[in-house]
Design a protein around this ligand. Structure first.
Ligand code: ADP
Ligand code: ASP
Ligand code: MG
Length: 463
């Protein structure tokens, strides 16, 4: 089971999450993965930014807030010696963070390795709080730092798991605890390289931690607890009449997550698909709701469009040859090389046939590295004017419609484009993957929400 930030938001939330854990544990061996309390990772990152900027007062202020938030939660959960003992544990974890923040303050820079070690503190605090509370309620619970279990590569800030090594560690470290009937409460979000350097799995990465552990432990099921009823036909913050999807396929869920549905981290499903471990997305705020089951094939079969998602923290990069002498295909090939070197993912790729210019959509966080690698790869062409200066447009957003079997719906793409145009939202680029599971559309940023609602209506996805 994995509990997200809102499900760990305060003492009351941790109490109800703990009740769910203890209930599950009484039925079958259960491993729990927790996020930091909501907003804590942002607060930790903010503190480090103040430190990098030499703002000692800002650092102090943030530390006071972080410490107060966790102290208050500890006081809301525990009493007597258990409270004192847990408060000491929290203090010593926070002291490690303070040490790193002070190092950054002195250096005036934030080395990615130190950032990863520092921000994993949020999950260490929340996992210790939950384990201590569970013990106070009579459960045999233990907090474990996933750094001892999840082995990753050394891509700090966005590490990938090494599954074989992780499996070995999980069997050695976690199996004995589970076999003893102990409830293990693991930190989400973090891991470590083979030689023990701390890493993190990217923002929202606790979902991914949970799926990695579910896979290596050969779990029967993975339950992801969040603050929504399950996977919905759209983000409820954008569309009022969303529908809960009872079942969706791994491929649909993966496309939704990849195209911005925050309810799942984009890489969550990869470790589970091969073993066909079912995933439930459930609401920790409302246990009466059944949630969404993510499965290999749904009972209804492929029925066309199921959900719309969107993303606004993206950038559209255009490459435009100034001279017909250049081979457009070659430019494209070299650009893709540069994107790979920058470790970037292409969300949409679109090209025109005659002018040989083309554009691709990437995450904004990846833009600096992408521009650097592209300018490096095309330094000669740019210097001699064979290529127009590389253009990055940040005023765009992505809208994606996802569903198995959309291929069978004749005229669907046309209807979708018309619905968007009716809202007077201009379509900038379009892409449909060969799987025909997703239609991706790039529009101006201020048109994204309107386009999402228009498509949701047009495809009849609402409740
Ligand atoms: P957690 O902290 O539990 O990991 P997140 O905030 O990361 O939770 O993800 C849950 C949020 O995802 C919801 O509150 C909702 O606003 C958003 N969301 C976006 N798209 C969808 C969707 N299609 N279905 C459900 N939730 C969605
Ligand atoms: N706490 C981390 C974040 O906010 C990981 C997670 O919550 O999944 O990104
Ligand atoms: Mg999340």
């Amino acid at each position: 089971m994995k509990f997200g930030g809102t499900s760990m938001g305060d003492a009351a939330r941790i109490r109800s999450a703990s009740k769910i854990c203890a209930g599950a544990q009484s039925q079958r061996p259960t491993a729990v993965i927790v996020s930091a309390m909501s907003k804590v990772t942002d607060m930790l990152l903010d503190t480090l930014r103040h430190a990098e900027g030499g703002d000692a007062a800002g650092v102090e202020m943030m530390l006071a807030k972080l410490s107060a938030k966790h102290r208050e939660c500890c006081e809301g959960l525990l009493e007597g010696p258990a409270r004192t003992e847990t408060q000491e544990t929290l203090n010593s974890i926070l002291a490690e963070f303070v040490r790193i923040a002070q190092g950054i303050l002195m250096l005036g820079e934030r080395p990615p390795r130190s950032v990863d070690e520092a921000i994993a503190v949020g999950e260490r605090l929340s996992s210790n709080l939950m384990a201590a509370y569970l013990r106070s309620q009579g459960s045999d619970a233990v907090a474990i730092n996933a750094r001892e279990v999840i082995v990753t590569d050394a891509v700090f800030g966005n590490a990938s798991p090494l599954m074989d090594q992780t499996r070995e560690k999980a069997i050695n470290r976690l199996k004995p605890e589970l076999d003893h009937g102990r409830l293990v409460i693991l930190t989400g979000f973090n891991g470590a390289t083979m030689d023990g350097r701390p890493t993190t799995l990217g923002r929202g990465g606790s979902d991914f931690s949970a799926s990695i552990l579910a896979s290596v432990l050969d779990a029967e099921e993975l339950w992801i607890w969040s603050d929504v009823d399950g996977i919905l036909s759209a983000d409820p913050r954008i569309v009022p009449n969303v529908r809960l999807l009872e079942e969706i396929t791994y491929r649909e869920a993966a496309e939704l997550a990849y195209n911005g549905a925050k309810v799942l981290h984009p890489r969550t499903l990869v470790p589970l698909m091969e073993k066909e471990i079912p995933v439930w997305s459930k609401n920790s705020f409302d246990l009466s709701k059944p949630g969404t089951k993510i499965v290999p094939i749904t009972k209804e079969g492929p029925i066309g469009p199921r959900a719309v998602t969107s993303m606004t923290n993206v950038a559209l990069v255009t490459l435009d040859p100034a001279s017909a002498v250049l081979s457009g295909t070659r430019i494209m090939a070299r650009s893709l090389e540069a994107l790979a070197a920058a470790n970037a993912e292409v969300l949409v790729l679109s090209s025109s046939s005659y002018r040989q210019n083309f554009c691709f959509l990437i995450r904004q966080s990846e833009l600096p590295a992408v521009i650097e690698k592209l300018e490096e790869a095309f330094s000669l062409e740019l210097a001699h004017g064979y290529l127009h200066p590389i253009d990055a447009d940040l005023d765009v957003g992505l809208v994606a419609i996802v569903g198995e079997g959309m291929k069978g719906h004749a005229g669907l793409a046309g209807r979708i484009f018309t619905a968007i145009s009716r809202e007077e939202v201009n379509i900038i680029a379009i892409a449909q993957g060969s799987s025909e599971l997703t239609i991706a559309i790039v529009v101006r940023k201020d048109g994204v929400d309107k386009a999402v609602r228009a498509v949701h209506d047009e495809c009849g996805l609402g409740a």
